[in-house]
Design a protein around this ligand. Structure first.
Ligand code: NAG
Ligand code: NAG
Ligand code: NAG
Ligand code: NAG
Ligand code: NAG
Ligand code: NAG
Ligand code: NAG
Ligand code: NAG
Ligand code: NAG
Ligand code: NAG
Ligand code: NAG
Length: 629
């Protein structure tokens, strides 16, 4: 949700409203449009849901699509619905009759939040329609419906165009899962072939909570409404907040040393802090034993809202991050960076003991490097808008300010769109919703434990049901950096072994034959690191994402797969590359800055970069086996 700033601002606005009567949560309900069939869902509803009226600004042929609200079948809450927008791959593919011979794959996309509408993904990431910064609408040639019938679904209830009774919001993730199963049971009555065709459940970010819990609900049903073949989670929040958001800080700095101006002393300081925080988790292939819990160490000098670790409750990380920075923003000072690079003030290390935690940041190392970049490093600076900080956690290379406009609200709230999509009239569409878990105090607390806690049980279920697991990350993501995805994998036992046995190090290429990133596959688990993509992988690298969907999510491409011969010899399809086997895939040199519409590029001097390369090589060299302990 780029771009971060807008969403964070929205979250902040909501936070600011906490005291002004947030206690009354909205009630919404689906709208009954002319021609709605009576009685239970059936294929007769296809004609009702088909999007036949012209959408504003859409001048290209979209193919057939279907949209509307479908109840989740929660007892006592008939108005609790999910909003779907589904696109056919080819004419008739979605409306095909039921039949077990039809093995055509289909897919679902979920955005995260919690509380983000999946229409963001549809219009700015992987849907067939792209809304431009000036609100023109164009066709996206990389829409995921090119590969399979695909649905973008607003959930949990109350998010986006999904509706909910004021007292019907989800209480926890178990309810998210149950609601989703109830919705699917109705959806397959409308499109009966979907009941038996292989479903690929895909999503991003906080869908790292949603999808595992939806799977838990699915595995708990003796007769589930659909047949899930694979799940895919991009930049997902699978681990605890501190592990996905804070622990990878050093890894992000090593990928983008621009953040600290390639300053070697500052790097050493961050490395020390990282170690003091217990963030220097060692990954081995395979992993030897459960990776111990990493506690959250909060600052000692200030109160910051975060999540209550003891009870494992989990607040919306996005709004928390924004709030943490809103406390800091007043203290952040923009230095006169542009004037003379050589004269940048370097007082960061002055008076900071290296062997104790910084009292203002504690182990909030993400916050620390963001503030460092804003304080000291060109071209980052403090946002001049009402937003709290000028840093895009979703894409480290994006220092543009203001960022490019990405706004679906005009399009979706236009009465013509609303009518065409059979959307509710009882509520406006909004990108984010802050009361997903129904708590009117505005904390957006998700009381459910992070999936990491039971990921091995999930993996055992997935294996028993033949469900493949795909986890991927964008290398430019600072919020849920790839290091945390790798920890989630190495901390899970699947197929009887803990983690991958061979470090991810196989290159893969997109349809333009360009290097797309690193891939590893073992025992029906797939991991990919996307080069030059941030948190919003299909938005940043649409071609690579589409190739990946076709080959590795829908398809069973063997690139990166590890097998062993009868003599135990390791065979890796596509080979292993020692350079790619390093913990870091170095990011690009360029940082983008300037107002979103007119972007410039900044690259640090080549001598600075060369000095860094030789420095970091020795800093990150693995200890030789003979080195003393
Ligand atoms: C559902 O929405 C309708 C409006 O369509 C409203 O009249 C009704 O009271 C709602 N039902 C519940 C249980 O909230
Ligand atoms: C695993 O499957 C069992 C049913 O066999 C179910 O009760 C349990 O909740 C599932 N757990 C997870 C984490 O999927
Ligand atoms: C990780 O491994 C290094 C080198 O083997 C060791 O010095 C360090 O203590 C280990 N860290 C942890 C947290 O176990
Ligand atoms: C795995 O860890 C245990 C202790 O936790 C240790 O005894 C054993 O040697 C380790 N095995 C390997 C292969 O490192
Ligand atoms: C590893 O998984 C266990 C549960 O099996 C969990 O308690 C622990 O916190 C995880 N470690 C990390 C670093 O996430
Ligand atoms: C950024 O600057 C502010 C104001 O001088 C200071 O309080 C804060 O500690 C600095 N943070 C970092 C990480 O440099
Ligand atoms: C249609 O596009 C124009 C710009 O060409 C824009 O001004 C207008 O707001 C758009 N309408 C909708 C409903 O998005
Ligand atoms: C991987 O999937 C294949 C095909 O579904 C299955 O035969 C095999 O047993 C699975 N392997 C593991 C380790 O689950
Ligand atoms: C597998 O995917 C890779 C993309 O990295 C592609 O180059 C290759 O042709 C694919 N293999 C097959 C058999 O389709
Ligand atoms: C390994 O990957 C690096 C980085 O992409 C590349 O420069 C190098 O040519 C590759 N080596 C081999 C042997 O493929
Ligand atoms: C901050 O940077 C943006 C471009 O990234 C620029 O437009 C703006 O003028 C800068 N503000 C200050 C105060 O330097």
């Amino acid at each position: 949700m780029t771009r971060t700033r807008r969403v964070l601002a929205a979250a902040l606005v909501l936070l600011a409203n906490i005291h002004v009567g947030a206690a009354q949560l909205p009630s919404s309900f689906p709208h009954k449009y002319p021609g709605q069939p009576s009685g239970d869902f059936s294929p007769a509803w296809q004609r009702y849901f088909e999007v036949t009226q012209k959408l504003p600004n859409v001048t290209f042929n979209l193919g057939r699509s279907y949209a509307g609200n479908i109840p989740v079948q929660r007892a006592g809450h008939p108005n609790n619905t999910l909003f779907f927008y589904g696109f056919e791959k080819s004419k008739g593919s979605l409306t095909a009759p039921a039949g077990s011979s039809n093995q055509e794959p289909w897919g679902i996309w979920l955005n995260g939040g919690p509380g983000s509408s999946s229409m963001y993904g549809l219009f700015f990431e992987n849907g067939p329609i792209r809304i431009q910064p000036d609100y023109r609408v164009s066709s996206n040639p990389y829409g995921w419906n090119k590969v399979a019938d695909y649905f973008w679904i607003d959930q949990p209830v109350g998010v986006g165009y999904s509706t909910a009774d004021a007292d019907g919001y989800v209480a926890d993730e178990e309810q998210v899962g149950a609601d989703f199963m109830g919705f699917l049971a109705n959806l397959v009555k409308v499109f009966p072939s979907l009941a038996t065709r292989p479903l690929h459940l895909t999503g991003e970010s906080y869908a790292g909570y949603y999808i595992p819990y939806i799977m838990k609900a699915y595995f708990g049903l003796s007769n589930p409404p659909v047949k899930i073949a694979k799940i895919a989670i991009g930049d997902g929040s699978i681990t605890s907040g501190q592990v996905f958001e804070l622990l990878p800080a050093l890894s992000v700095i090593e990928t983008y040393p621009q953040l600290i101006g390639y300053d070697q002393e500052v790097y050493k300081y961050f490395k020390e802090q990282s170690k003091l925080c217990g963030y220097n988790v060692n990954l081995t292939y395979p992993q030897n034993g459960t990776i111990p819990h990493v506690p959250l160490v909060l600052p000692s000098q200030r109160d910051v809202p975060f999540f209550l670790e003891n009870t494992l409750s989990h607040k919306s990380f996005m709004s928390q991050l924004a709030h943490r920075h809103s406390l800091q923003a007043v203290k952040l000072q923009k230095r006169e960076q542009e004037a003379n690079l050589a004269l940048w003030k370097r007082d960061f290390l002055t008076g900071r003991p290296t062997d104790t935690l910084d009292p203002w940041y504690g182990c909030l190392l993400l916050d620390m490097f963001i503030d460092y970049a804003i304080n000291y490093t060109y071209p980052w600076n403090l946002s001049q808008t009402t937003d709290t900080f000028g840093f895009n956690v979703y894409d480290v290379t994006d220092a543009t300010n203001p960022q490019i406009n990405q706004d679906a609200s005009l399009f979706l709230n236009d009465p013509r769109t609303r009518d065409a999509l059979h959307a509710p009239k009882s509520k406006p569409w909004a990108l984010g919703f802050h009361y997903v878990f129904g708590n009117p105090d505005g904390d957006n607390v998700d009381p459910s434990v992070e999936p990491m806690i039971w990921f091995t049980e999930f993996a055992t279920n997935a294996s028993a049901h033949g469900v493949g697991v795909v986890l991927y990350s964008g290398n430019k993501d600072a919020l849920i950096a790839h290091r945390s995805t790798e920890i989630a994998i190495q901390n899970t036992t699947f197929g009887g072994i803990q983690g991958f046995t061979v470090k991810p190090s196989t290159p893969w290429y997109n349809d333009a034959r360009k290097f797309a990133g690193i891939i590893r596959q073992e025992r029906n688990w797939t991991y990919a690191l996307f080069d030059r993509a941030g948190h919003l992988v299909p938005g940043d690298q649409p071609l690579s994402a589409l190739t990946f969907l076709r080959e590795f999510i829908i398809g069973d491409n063997k690139t990166g797969l590890v097998t062993r011969t009868s003599t135990g010899k390791v065979v890796v399809v596509g080979g292993q590359n020692a350079t790619l086997a390093e913990d870091i895939l170095p990011g690009s040199d360029e940082i983008y800055y300037g107002p979103g519409a007119k972007v410039s590029t900044y690259v640090f001097p080549s001598a600075t970069r060369a000095a860094w390369r030789s420095f970091i090589r020795t800093e990150t060299a693995l200890p030789s086996p003979t080195a003393g302990a």
